[in-house]
Design a protein around this ligand. Structure first.
Ligand code: FAD
Length: 436
């Protein structure tokens, strides 16, 4: 893991932002012997996927889930010393809903695993199973590529997918993967995710649920790795301005000079750093992005409270997925209810939202009728959890009109929606662009 930075290294790269994209870039650069300094505005590593402390409890800013197809993320976790087999619970694709719908992929090679999962799905009739198989064939025939303006809802309609199939399978997959309602979501981005998961190898569609907090999963070991290799991580150091002069950059009017700068902030913070008049076109693209929220409601019940499985789906209310943290390396009785994307739930005050969540999930927790209320609860709302991955959205490119100034992050142009894997890939791509 240790790579000694050559004393005469001509490059010194500034990375702005210690989220997963910035830390991926810094890890890759430092691994190639490039001097790197990471500037992070907050006191914490990890950005939108970080550990938080609530009432003394170490939790995450939101429940995250990875899939087997997150190759770059899993590889980089290994590079920084995290063993994904220990840090993540790996479950073969299984979608189990409170209303009885149940789809489970057997441990068989692709595409048999999907065919048998659909054939054996409880809650789908034969016509719907056939439609789902037909949908995957249509995606393959289209080479998982659609016109940029086509929405997921329009694609499902075009491929004549029935209501139950949409409400229990395609739509939850779309909202979970793209954090965007199907009526707005890009069919092209959805197809790219399905290509690499359901239509990939069997292990690509596995669900990987963190057993550690998000800080320990990648950001903290990555920062240690960068420092070990001679790089510097400056927490609590926001960058307010970037000045390009000749082939050098300075930040915040400081004297230190950098050969390249990677802006790895979220898009809402990137625009302010693109003040140079040559950057007006890309700045307008960044400013035109819109956002989607994710709400995580943590509830702690008595330790005996347990779900029938680590992850349970819900339809017809506000809760979409419920995670039993007790079965995922956390304290027994701790549950995390996730509500992705925009919706009526955003109008509810926090205590009403918590009450609604409790009432929706209670029948699954207290089957003997003796309902207990949670002894502790907290709601975390990330208003700008990801950019809205809408059909027709123009995403800014990694390179800019100023040579040596690059963008990295989940919103930068790629076929993927805003995910951890996108951030990691974009961070690595920016590093590769610099080192060649
Ligand atoms: C609640 C929630 C749930 C999610 N669930 C999933 C999931 O299940 N699976 C999945 O794959 N993805 C999920 N995501 C998306 C995923 O977390 C993001 O795509 C990813 O973390 C974005 O990382 P990033 O590095 O691109 O940007 P960020 O995480 O936004 O990192 C940018 C960093 O830059 C810093 N910064 C900003 N401005 C400045 C400045 N001027 N100077 C210095 N530093 C600055 C910020 O403080 C931040 O640390 C979820 C996101 C949220 C919020």
């Amino acid at each position: 893991m240790a790579v000694t930075e050559p004393a005469d290294s001509p490059r010194h790269v500034a990375v702005i932002g210690a989220g997963w994209a910035g830390l991926a870039a810094a890890t890759a650069l430092s691994g190639r012997g490039v001097r790197v300094t990471v500037f992070e505005a907050s006191r914490n590593l990890g950005g939108r996927a970080r550990r938080v402390e609530l009432d003394g409890k170490p939790l995450d800013n939101g429940q995250h889930i990875l899939i087997g197809a997150y190759r770059e993320t899993l590889a980089l976790m290994r590079t920084v010393g995290v063993d994904p087999q220990i840090a993540l619970t790996r479950i073969p694709l299984e979608l189990r809903y409170a209303d009885g719908f149940h789809l489970r992929a057997p441990r068989l090679p692709a595409p048999l695993h999907l065919a048998l999962a659909l054939a054996g799905a409880k809650g789908l009739n034969w016509s719907e199973r056939w439609q789902a198989a037909r949908f995957m064939s249509a995606l393959r025939a289209a080479r998982f590529h659609y016109e940029p303006d086509l929405s997921v809802a329009a694609l499902l309609l075009r491929e004549r997918q029935d209501t139950t199939l949409c409400s229990h399978f395609w739509e939850p997959l779309c909202v979970s993967a793209l954090n965007t309602p199907p009526a707005r979501a890009s069919a092209s981005a959805f197809a790219a995710v399905l290509r690499d998961s359901l239509a990939g190898s069997r292990s690509d569609s596995d669900l990987l649920i963190p057993r550690t907090d998000l800080g320990a999963l990648f950001p903290e070991p990555a920062a240690r790795c960068v420092e070990h290799r001679g790089g510097e991580i400056r927490l609590g150091t926001p960058v307010h301005s970037i000045c390009a002069s000749g082939d050098r950059f300075t930040l915040n009017d400081d004297a230190a000079e950098y050969t390249q700068v990677i802006i790895a902030t979220g898009p809402q913070h990137a625009a302010a750093l693109l003040a140079d008049e040559r950057l007006s076109a890309i700045r307008s693209q960044v400013e035109a992005l819109t956002y989607q929220p994710i709400v995580t409601c943590y509830l702690h019940y008595p330790e005996t409270v347990r779900l029938p499985c680590p992850m349970l789906g819900f339809t017809g209310g506000i809760v979409q997925w419920l995670f039993d943290r007790g079965q995922l390396g956390g304290p027994a009785g701790l549950l995390a209810a996730v509500i992705s994307a925009e919706g009526a739930h955003r109008e509810l005050p926090q205590d009403e939202l918590t009450d609604r969540v409790h009432r929706e999930i209670a029948p699954q927790l207290f089957r003997d009728g003796e309902v207990r209320t949670p002894d502790w609860s907290r709601v975390i709302t990330e208003k700008r959890a990801t950019f809205s991955c809408d059909a027709g959205t123009l995403r800014p490119s990694m390179t800019t009109a100023v040579s040596g100034l690059l963008l990295a992050g989940d919103y930068v142009a790629s076929e993927y929606p805003g995910t951890l894997e996108t951030s990691i890939r974009q961070g690595l791509a920016a590093a590769r662009h610099i080192t060649g």
